[in-house]
Design a protein around this ligand. Structure first.
Ligand SMILES: Nc1ncnc2c1ncn2[C@@H]1O[C@H](COP(=O)(O)OP(=O)(O)O)[C@@H](O)[C@H]1O
Ligand SMILES: [Mg+2]
Length: 356
């Protein structure tokens, strides 16, 4: 494994006058050449973390290291990081070329070298034709690429991207997202990418760090987050539509009496219509049918009460509104205890489920 590039060691942040920290005891490492995505709902502290790493926000407690060196007290300029902000601003009176050159001029890079770097970034981001235009003459996606270019041109050792695609429409977002991933691979750059969008996190991240209310919930590969969420928050946050969370007490084949399983989680694609062989059956009625072309989402109200469930079926569904069906689980469900932590699926429930 590569050595760590960014290390957060028990970082805390409390804004002046606030009672509670907005970042609480954060420890994580970003390896050199890694693209790590931080995801979480709005207000969970993602931007605060990036701003602490960039040196734009003082660190209240803990240590921050970049390439092995403590940087808590270092000025932003001395940290060798480049940041792309959510509300990127280009200089409106400058051409694209001059916008790209600006960070180089600030660092007194010689003119010949400036020209070389601009040519390289323009080629990578397909800005060659646009170099003489002003920002007002660019589309949103083109402006976004210039903002990216202005950060990347510095060849910093760490790139921090704070929701850089949030101003783009959905189609462009997918396109620029792919370009960022490709660029990161080409450059072998260390990147910390922040988004509130779990789809973006899952498609972009080599590893994904999930945050809620200032605390790191889980850091893992997209696949592991999906297959083994560490707690109820991650279970509900990753996946669209979200995992169904059913109170264990509502199930007919309940987990063993001595089990601490309080919530049973089942992904929409793991619900299916029960057969006579299924011990675990949940009777529901079809509340709503959403046909999406390649799949159909069915919203189902359990007879025993509780929140509606979502079932995913490939293509068109044969089920109509108000149909009454019995549901079974297609794979071993997830279990969570009263605190919301993931626990092993109780063996007693496992054995009863497979009885004919
Ligand atoms: N300068 C500030 N002063 C006081 N509170 C702030 C400041 N900046 C952000 N916050 C608060 O800190 C929390 C985390 O904010 P932020 O890091 O911007 O979240 P995110 O980027 O995940 O949406 C929010 O509750 C926000 O209101
Ligand atoms: Mg933010």
């Amino acid at each position: 494994m590569n050595p760590p590039s960014v290390e957060c060691l028990q970082l805390c942040k409390t804004y002046p006058g606030a009672e509670r920290p907005v970042i609480d005891d954060l420890s994580l490492q970003v390896q050199q050449g890694e693209l790590l995505v931080m995801v979480g709902p709005s207000g969970c502290g993602k931007s605060t973390v990036l701003r602490m790493i960039a040196g734009l926000e003082p660190i209240s407690a803990g240590e921050l290291r970049i390439n092995g060196r403590r940087v808590n007290e270092l000025e932003p300029k001395a940290r060798d990081v480049a940041m792309v902000f959510q509300d990127y601003a280009l200089y409106p009176h400058m051409s694209v070329r001059d916008n790209l050159a600006f960070p180089l001029k600030m660092r007194r890079v010689p003119a010949a070298e400036q020209a070389k770097k601009i040519a390289r970034v323009a080629e990578m981001l397909q800005l060659g034709e646009l170099l003489e235009r002003k920002p007002a003459q660019l589309s949103g996606g083109q402006r976004q690429r210039v903002a990216m270019g202005r950060a990347l041109i510095r060849e910093a050792s760490v790139f921090l991207l704070d929701e850089p695609l949030s101003n783009l429409d959905a189609k462009l977002r997918v396109q620029v997202r792919a370009e960022i991933a490709e660029l990161q691979r080409q450059l072998g750059a260390t990147m910390l990418y922040v988004t509130h969008d779990q789809t973006e996190a899952m498609t972009l991240g080599q590893r994904v760090a999930v945050f809620n209310q200032g605390r790191l919930q889980q850091i893992a590969s997209p696949r592991e987050l999906y297959d083994a969420p560490a707690n109820l928050f991650v279970a509900g946050f990753i996946g669209q539509p979200p995992m169904n969370l059913i109170p264990a007490s509502l199930l007919s084949a309940q987990p063993a009496a001595d089990s601490t399983c309080v919530w049973v989680g089942v992904r929409p694609e793991h619900l299916r219509i029960a057969t006579a062989h299924d011990a675990q059956q949940l009777h529901v009625s079809v509340d709503m049918v959403e046909f999406l072309g390649h799949e159909t989402l069915l919203y189902l109200q359990p007879d025993v009460g509780g929140a509606p469930l979502v079932m995913r079926q490939a293509g068109r569904s044969a089920l109509a509104l108000n149909a009454r069906i019995a549901l079974a689980f297609d794979s071993e469900p997830h279990c969570f205890d009263a605190e919301g932590s993931r626990i092993a699926y109780p063996l007693a429930a496992r054995s009863t489920e497979h009885l004919p």
